[in-house]
Every structure is written in structure tokens, then in C-alpha cells.
Design a protein around this ligand. Structure first.
Ligand code: NAP
Length: 293
């Protein structure tokens, strides 16, 4: 099967090679990948991993060989979360990270959901009750952010989306900068750094902030929160509560019902993955870049 692996022979690190298909393993379905999306975190892993590493976590495709001990049968359309190798032709996916794709949800839409959708869903869950709350999503044009905006709106929050470009969300205030008077009770932060530092000065008392992105230090002094005590929680999607298979099934059902529409900037044949990575690095992407096979 064809894989995409890290190599010193290409300036952006990735090359195609051929390798045997992964062996059948208990608790794992072998999936023929039809679409996979690129996650920001993967762009950081690629230069850090050894040569020969096969990246890719988001899987949308068709079961090639069912797990010997259950799960969806051969030919079933599925979406899943792999540790690595999802930009290859075939990838083994643990059954507890796999959900069946309903009719009407295509592979490209599904490929936007595993890392980004699980992060958005779990971050929103960590905020608790958001009904009627003034809720801010930063990085709202991004892969996680666009899903977080829609899930928060669907949950009954009064959503403000902060993004560096216009976004076509109904029923959401979209802002490229926050008005001086704006205050928030709940925040989902995908950016960190100075953006999150600014948000800390705009919290209502007893606000809750869940942050999961960026990497730059966040400026925060005690005085900023004086009179506005807040709960601030870091979220790591792999450690957040919830079963991956159930959460993935919930996300694809939202898509099937038209309640969640993953934004896809472009689809790119997997052979052009290095160009796609360069585009993501430049920024200005509307939602996701999806790799197709
Ligand atoms: N903790 C976890 O478990 C977890 C899970 C998934 C993702 N993440 C992290 O969460 C973050 C978002 O992920 P993603 O996949 O949504 O990334 P993404 O698709 O690259 O989206 C990031 C968004 O943030 C915007 N942004 C970046 N820097 C900004 C700044 N200084 N001011 C304003 N906007 C800014 C970007 O706008 P431009 O396009 O204009 O630059 C983009 O719309 C990443 O850091 C990712 O690594 C963490």
C-alpha cells in the first residue's frame, strides 16, 4: 500500500513510499482511507518525528478488513481517530475510536471531525451549561473553531465568533476584534497568547474559560481578574472525558441532521500533501484542508 512518511529527502519532509498493509489485529478495523484532514498539531509533529514516520490521525473511509473480534464489517463506511498513518492508503483504527458513517455524510465532511470535532465537543462539554450564556470562541475560522461555534450555537449559547476574516454563520456575532464593552461568561479559546490575555480582561464574574490551542505564553496578572474570579481550564482532547466512539457517532449524527456543517477550505489529493501543509502554515484557511484518495 502507499504511505506518506517523513523523510530528509524533501524540504517539507513528506514523501510517498510503498509498504505492506498493516496486519489484522484484535480490536482494530483495517480501513481504506478515502479522506483525512490536516490538524495544526500534526504540522508541529512532522519536523519533530524520526524519518519514516507516517502522520495522519483523521480517518474517513471504508472498512477493508473487519476486526477479528467484532465492530463494523467489511464495506462499512466509517470515521475514526488513528494515532498515526491516516494519510496512508490503509490504516488500522481501534474499535473504540471508530463510528459508522450515516448515509448523507460524505467522506470529506467526516474527515473534518475526529481531532477537531472531538476537541470542540469536549471543550464545550467542559464549559458545562451554556444555555443563554454569552460565549466567545476565538480562532473561529479554524478547524476546531468553526465546529465549536456551531456546536455552541446549537447548545443554546449566545455566541460571539472571533476571527480574522468574515464568517457566514447565522445566529452568531462574528467579530475581527472585540468591542470595548463586550463581556463573556464562557470562552472556548483556540489561539492562546495575547488573544487569550485580552479575553481575560473581558470576563464576567465566575466566568469559565476552556483553552486548548496556541502555544505562546498568555499574559495574565492577578489584577486582571480582580472582581471577576474565573475558572480557567486547559483541555487535552485525548484526556478529556467521553468515549471516542460515542462522541464521533454524535458528531456524525449532528452532520447528518444538518446541525453541524464542517467548513472545508479545499480538498487536495494526498500526493500534494506538502503543498497543503505549506498552505496551512501560511494561514487564512477557512476550516479544514482535506486530503483525499
Ligand atoms: N489541546 C488539544 O487537545 C488540541 C486539540 C486540537 C487542536 N489543538 C490546538 O488548537 C489550536 C486550533 O486548532 P485548529 O486545528 O483549529 O487550528 P487552525 O485550523 O490552524 O485554526 C487556528 C485559527 O486561529 C487563528 N489564529 C491563530 N493565531 C491567531 C492570532 N494571533 N490572532 C487571531 N487569530 C489567530 C487562525 O487564523 P489565521 O488562519 O488567520 O491564522 C485560525 O483561524 C491549535 O493550536 C491546535 O494545535 C489542541
Amino acid at each position: 500500500m502507499q504511505r506518506v512518511i517523513t523523510s530528509p529527502d524533501h524540504p517539507v519532509r513528506l514523501v510517498a513510499d510503498d509498504a505492506p498493509a498493516p496486519p489484522t489485529r484484535s480490536g482494530h478495523a483495517l480501513v481504506r482511507v478515502r479522506a483525512s484532514s490536516i490538524n495544526r498539531g500534526e504540522t508541529r509533529l512532522i519536523p519533530a518525528r524520526p524519518d519514516g514516520w507516517a502522520p495522519g490521525q483523521d480517518v474517513a473511509g471504508v472498512v477493508e478488513t473487519a476486526a477479528p473480534d467484532g465492530g463494523p464489517g467489511a464495506g462499512t463506511r466509517v470515521v475514526g481517530l488513528a494515532d498515526e498513518g491516516a494519510w496512508s492508503e490503509l490504516v488500522a483504527v481501534p474499535l473504540e475510536r471508530l463510528a459508522v458513517l450515516p448515509d448523507g455524510v460524505d467522506f470529506v465532511q467526516a474527515a473534518c471531525l475526529p481531532v477537531a470535532g472531538l476537541t470542540a465537543l469536549r471543550a464545550l462539554r467542559a464549559l458545562g451549561d451554556v444555555v443563554g450564556r454569552e460565549l466567545l470562541v476565538t480562532g473561529a475560522a479554524g478547524g476546531v473553531g468553526n465546529l465549536a461555534v456551531q456546536l455552541a450555537r446549537d447548545s443554546g449559547a449566545s455566541v460571539t465568533a472571533l476571527a480574522r476574516r468574515p464568517l457566514p454563520f447565522d445566529g452568531v456575532r462574528v467579530r475581527s476584534a472585540l468591542d470595548e464593552s463586550m463581556r463573556f461568561e464562557r470562552v472556548l479559546d483556540a489561539v492562546g497568547g495575547a488573544v487569550l490575555g485580552d479575553v481575560f480582561g473581558r470576563l464576567r464574574p465566575h466566568a469559565k474559560v476552556v483553552f486548548f490551542g496556541g502555544g505562546d505564553p498568555v499574559p495574565l496578572s492577578l489584577g486582571t481578574l480582580q472582581g471577576s474570579p474565573a475558572t480557567i481550564e486547559a483541555l487535552f482532547v485525548y484526556q478529556a472525558p467521553g468515549r471516542f466512539d460515542e462522541d464521533l457517532a454524535a458528531l456524525v449524527q449532528f452532520v447528518a441532521a444538518g446541525r453541524l456543517v464542517p467548513r472545508v477550505d479545499r480538498t487536495v489529493p494526498v500526493g500534494d500533501v506538502n503543498d497543503a501543509l505549506a498552505a496551512l502554515e501560511r494561514g487564512g484557511i477557512d476550516g479544514k484542508i482535506v486530503l483525499t484518495r
